[in-house]
Design a protein around this ligand. Structure first.
Ligand code: AMP
Ligand code: MG
Length: 345
């Protein structure tokens, strides 16, 4: 299959819409990461997403809509809880996914057999224009091969999926750079299953009480069932071995310098670079600038693989306030939960 490269003009948006309405697969830009889209109401089209990505069939997909009214119009959910109206008012369009009881229009392939469905109204105007052109909601997981870092540019998508999908619509780099926050509204207290661009603090300011699922920062115990199936997989990982250090800034510099050598890299902050010796440095941005760190994280993880010779990458265990929680959640998975706790001095 030849993968067409489309651009964000009216004609190409209509082409993407036609391909999707006919059951094809098109990677589209959103403000979080690129999504690999298919008609969410067409079980066969959705099955192709799993095949192209090599995604485990038990990992459900997020359904993307162009307007709040699409939830009812396409019978996506059984009922819309009050909490969903409040969150939509505050954060939609934007990087927030809400899980509700699934409606009749959702094929089993989308929800991976669960009785719930995840819905998001993206902020990216091109994403919404493609949904409208397709005249159907779009199921769209991140447009990477399963297990690789999520794509934040059309080039990343091509690197993983060229020849496996109908088209990629190039809308430039993604603004947020990390996937959406996922919150379930079917539990008694709403619960964050995956942290993202909308922070836990922001959610609490609207809903009051909000829980954070254990799987956000911890490996599931043997046999424990994941509330969000995606959280149980090692994910976002470059081929090099990522090791996280829980430590102060000076301990980080000291530890990395004492482990310097060929094949060693530091995924670090701008301020560390002058103090690190004998290691390759890849900066996520300034210390404490979580938005930039989130924006650059996946690109940095992909660049590490591009350097080929890197075998070990040291990074800090990030702080967990604000968007830091999302950066920490992705890095901890990239590291396969391998964290070294240095003695705090
Ligand atoms: P991706 O679109 O690849 O970024 O992944 C979507 C994330 O949302 C995964 O972690 C899924 O497990 C999660 N998800 C999607 N639908 C549901 C659902 N109905 N219940 C729980 N988690 C879900
Ligand atoms: Mg993904």
């Amino acid at each position: 299959m030849t993968t067409q490269l489309l651009h964000h003009n009216e004609q190409d948006i209509q082409t993407a819409g036609r391909l999707l309405a006919a059951g094809g697969l098109v990677a589209i830009p959103t403000e979080t990461v690129y999504g690999l889209a298919a008609d969410a109401t067409n079980g066969e089209a959705v099955a192709r997403i799993f095949a192209a990505k090599g995604r485990p069939m038990d990992n459900p997909l997020i359904v993307h809509i162009a307007d709040f009214g699409d939830i009812r119009r396409f019978s996506l959910v059984r009922e819309i809880p009050e909490t969903a109206y409040a969150l939509a008012n505050a954060f939609w369009p934007g990087p927030l996914t809400m899980i509700m009881k699934k409606g009749d229009a959702i094929p089993d392939a989308v929800s991976a057999g669960l009785d719930t469905v995840a819905v998001r109204l993206p902020a990216h105007p091109v994403a919404r224009a493609v949904i409208r052109a397709a005249q159907t909601p779009l199921a769209a997981p991140s447009a990477n091969l399963s297990g690789s870092p999520s794509p934040t540019s059309a080039q990343h998508v091509m690197g993983d999926l060229d020849g496996k999908i109908d088209a990629v619509l190039d809308g430039g780099d993604c603004a947020v750079g990390l996937e959406s926050t996922v919150i379930t509204l079917v539990t008694e207290v709403p619960r964050v299953l995956r942290p993202g661009g909308v922070t836990v603090e922001q959610l609490r300011s609207v809903l009051g009480e909000v829980d954070v699922d254990d799987a956000v920062l911890h490996r599931l115990a043997e046999g424990q069932v994941a509330a969000s199936p995606g959280m149980k997989y090692k994910h976002y990982a470059p081929k090099a071995n990522v090791i996280l250090l829980s430590c102060t800034d000076s301990e980080f510099i000291g530890y990395v310098n004492s482990h310097a050598g060929s094949g060693v890299a530091a995924l670090c902050c701008d301020e560390d670079i002058p103090m690190l010796r004998g290691v390759m440095t890849i900066s996520l941005g300034a210390r404490g600038d979580y938005d930039t760190q989130a924006h650059r994280l996946f690109d940095c993880l992909r660049r590490i693989d591009g350097y080929g010779s890197v075998q070990t990458v040291y990074s800090r265990l990030p702080a967990t306030d604000g968007v830091g929680l999302a950066v920490c959640n992705r890095l901890i998975r990239a590291a396969g939960f391998e964290v070294i706790y240095l003695e705090q001095t």
